[in-house]
Design a protein around this ligand. Sequence first.
Ligand SMILES: Cc1ncc(COP(=O)(O)O)c(C=O)c1O
Length: 451
Amino acid sequence: MITGKEERPRVLTDLPGPEGKKIVVDDEKYLATTTKAAPAVVKDAKGVVFEDVDGNVFFDFTSGVGVVNTGHCHPSVVNAIREQAGKVIHFAGTDFYYNVQVKLAKRLTEITPGAFEKKVYYGNSGAEAVEAAIKLARWSTKRKFILAFMGAFHGRTMGALGLTASKIIHKQSFFPWMPGVVHAPYPNPYRNVFGIDGYEEPEELVNRVIGYIEEMFKRYVPPDEVAAIFVESLQGEGGYIVPPSTFLKELRKLADEYGIILVDDEIQSGFGRTGKMFAIEHFGTEPDVLTMAKAMASGIPIGAAVFNAKYDFGVKGAHSTTFGGNLVACAASLATIDVIEKENLVENAAKQGEIMHKRLKEMQEKYEIVGDARGLGLMQATEIVKSKDSKEIAPKMRDEIVDRALRKGLLLLSCGESAIRYIPPLSITKEQVEAGMDILEEAIKEVNSNL
Ligand SMILES: Cc1ncc(COP(=O)(O)O)c(C=O)c1O
């Protein structure tokens, strides 16, 4: 039995082990193909630690893809779920009333940036939160176009997919997705998105992106027909790109100038992940709409768009959903926010993130194949390249590092074309960060020595 306090992983079998293999075989037979990344077959999980069905013990540096910021099965969240499930599980909060939904909405309006009056729309996932934001923006402005960014990931439903521009596999064979979306380059300080070699000053990079958008507005996208700009304050699936510090402020100015709604997608970066409650707080600006999901209820499905109250639909029936804001999910979300606050998890994310970032930077110095180390708080990544000079992507080497790390007990996920992301629960201890980084370094060293 694991306690969550383990200081080292322990892998005793091949992966998947004999029990795990049976489940993997059945999974392949009965489940639709999705995005399976590693043969990790979980049985039990606590905090940062999980045990598989063959008794191997791992550190989870993925948090269920950025979901369990409070750690796996935090006792306060588990209690809140049990307690609510014993009273009422579902009653359709869109059509009737219950207090836990209202209480959570009030808390969300308090913890999100912006001193204006806000309202909350509940969905069941990140993509649904994005769909709601698209509909709010179109409804309230009566405009049609949406601006998003290259490398963006906003979800896979047909509306959100229109905004997503991260990997071609997400879009291949699915056209037509929602029309009316245009994309501008996201300012990437490591890889020059304009194809010009050499380092550009961060502010110059931002000026170029804003200039690019202004050019679009002059030539083929009438700005007074643009409903919203969707942006990730720290671009996630696209490669964990931290934009230059002025980028979000400049977007805010642009949005204000043309009466466009600024939507900040914090579905991956929210709830303390970056060392602030929401990543946009690093950049001193406020969005009109903020989308959230993943970490919102520590693993119970829920998503939300928190928006300036003036953009509300205002009429019944324009938008709604059966399960959105389900009672158990709302109770789990309230408990999640309490845990984040009481256990100072935002501060811990900043503190442990610094330790992690320092280790990743040291690896960047030491190993030819680590081209970049970047991130905020516990949303960190390294870019794996063939050589530092060429910056040429090396997805095979990246995948080999991820695989070797798993066999040593560290579960990781990739992102972007050639990067690895490090997103453990925010409750992680210094010893666990160091142990994870030791394993990662072993894996990187082995792959680097095969150059
Ligand atoms: C920034 C961002 N937006 C939207 C989504 C879509 O969320 P979901 O998978 O819950 O639909 C994701 C998922 O990774 C995300 O990272």
